[in-house]
Design a protein around this ligand. Structure first.
Ligand code: ZN
Length: 153
């Protein structure tokens, strides 16, 4: 994104929100060269996001990976595919909306998916959490199970 004042391509995002049509995101940017602010409208699929993995390595963000993770967690659960797709879409949109810089840690994505799966299906949630090793040990795992069980009563 080039600065409209000085043409520098060195800018950072200071605010990010959904545009009315929901397929693009309105961003306020500040130019690192001249310090002026400007607004851009960026199409969701064109926003480059880099994922920081646990070992610190970086990878391009691929929305399909979120869908794959959700599908795996929902296997043999009574959740319609359409609902799984919608969940993945929602998560991707929320992610792109909240990522202020162009980088996001895998743990942030994992937490977001877990939070949404928890509302949808508890078994899928536990499965996803196990795969993503969000439980530090068996103790935290049991604690989470206990919370889920007491929530129901
Ligand atoms: Zn500038």
């Amino acid at each position: 994104m080039k600065c409209i004042y000085c043409n520098s391509s060195d800018s950072r995002v200071v605010d990010s929100r959904s545009a009315d049509d929901n397929t693009s995101i309105r961003r306020r940017r500040i130019c690192n060269s001249c310090g002026k602010r400007f607004t851009t409208y960026e199409r969701i699929e064109e926003i480059p996001v880099v994922v920081i993995k646990r070992d610190g390595s970086r990878q391009n963000f691929h929305g399909e990976k979120i869908l794959t993770g959700i599908k795996k967690a929902c296997e043999k659960r009574p959740i319609p595919i359409a609902e799984q797709n919608k969940l993945a879409d929602d998560i991707i949109r929320e992610l792109l909306n909240t990522v202020e810089e162009q980088e996001v840690a895998t743990s942030v994505i994992g937490d977001l998916v877990m939070r949404r799966l928890k509302e949808l299906d508890e078994v899928a949630y536990i499965r996803f959490a196990c795969v993503h090793r969000q439980f530090k040990d068996i103790g935290t795992f049991m604690e989470e199970l206990r919370t889920l069980m007491t929530d129901e009563h």
